[in-house]
Design a protein around this ligand. Structure first.
Ligand SMILES: [Zn+2]
Length: 268
């Protein structure tokens, strides 16, 4: 007994070959072209104060079409301000005419980025061996574009007061077009809780946030990630008004799944 027992030898080469290869996805490389300094002033374009509009007013998806086409159905009940409709929507119904052709096309890298980012977050739940590197500023800017787009729909109301495109702060537009930077403490936060289980999936919902009656940011659930874009510095008053968002991290650096190799790393 035992004498002739054979142990299967380990083929090291084979083990090395089957070792999972971690794929790196780079979502940092989206560049903007330079805008000409001269042009027209298109009345309904919210970037018309730059004086370099061109091509007339155009239609844009305020939640990027690149995301909308990844969703099976778009239910209005995931979109708070359309609650009363409670029916399936088409991507085309979520459009607004608030930018001229030139300014719309200038911001299109943000929509390409958003589509890729959404795909990566969705895939994060599955055991995919990948590391995704994200430019955090692009995510911040895209959410700002969504927020400004929402105001442009003329469908946001707060305590009976309807907001329209004249309520878009000029500073936000300047940040969106790279003329200014986010002030310290403003920008992107992620909401967390101890022992939080994040249910990732094929969904998106967004909603405006108000502080002292003033629109000051956006909440966004992107495939299960609870994000907060705050255009005011978060402080005690903010936490009292939005206790749900008390536990948030500013410009977070990474998302990691326990005991899994996949990661989303945010570069700032
Ligand atoms: Zn324009």
């Amino acid at each position: 007994m035992g004498k002739n027992r054979k142990f299967q030898s380990i083929d090291l080469k084979k083990v090395m070959k089957s070792k999972p290869i971690v794929k790196v996805i780079d979502l940092t490389n989206f560049s903007f072209h330079t805008l000409p300094s001269e042009g027209d002033t298109v009345e309904k374009c919210y970037a018309n104060t730059f004086g370099n509009c061109h091509g007339g007013i155009s239609r844009e998806h305020y939640i990027s079409e690149n995301i909308l086409k990844q969703l099976d159905t778009i239910k209005s009940n995931g979109i708070p301000w359309l609650k009363h409709l409670n029916k399936n929507l088409s991507a085309n119904s979520l459009t607004v005419k608030s930018l001229c052709e030139r300014h719309n096309s200038y911001l299109s890298p943000l929509d390409s980025f958003a589509g890729e980012f959404f795909k990566e977050v969705k895939g994060f739940a599955e055991a995919k061996l990948r590391i995704t590197i994200v430019n955090g500023h692009l995510l911040e800017l895209w959410l700002l574009k969504v927020l400004i787009g929402l105001i442009s729909t003329n469908q946001l109301t707060h305590k009976g007061v309807q907001l329209n495109s004249t309520d878009i702060p000029q500073e936000w537009v300047e940040i969106l077009f790279g003329e200014k930077s986010f002030k310290s403490g403003t920008g992107l936060y992620i909401s967390y809780d101890v022992g939080d289980k994040v249910a990732l999936g094929n969904k998106i919902s967004i909603g405006p946030i108000y502080l002292h009656g003033k629109l000051c940011g956006l909440t966004a659930n992107i495939a299960g990630l609870r994000l907060l874009l705050s255009m005011v510095e978060k402080n005690a008053a903010f936490n009292r008004s939005h206790p749900k968002y008390e536990k948030t991290l500013y410009r977070f650096e990474r998302l990691r799944k326990q005991n899994q190799p996949q990661e989303i790393i945010f570069k700032w």
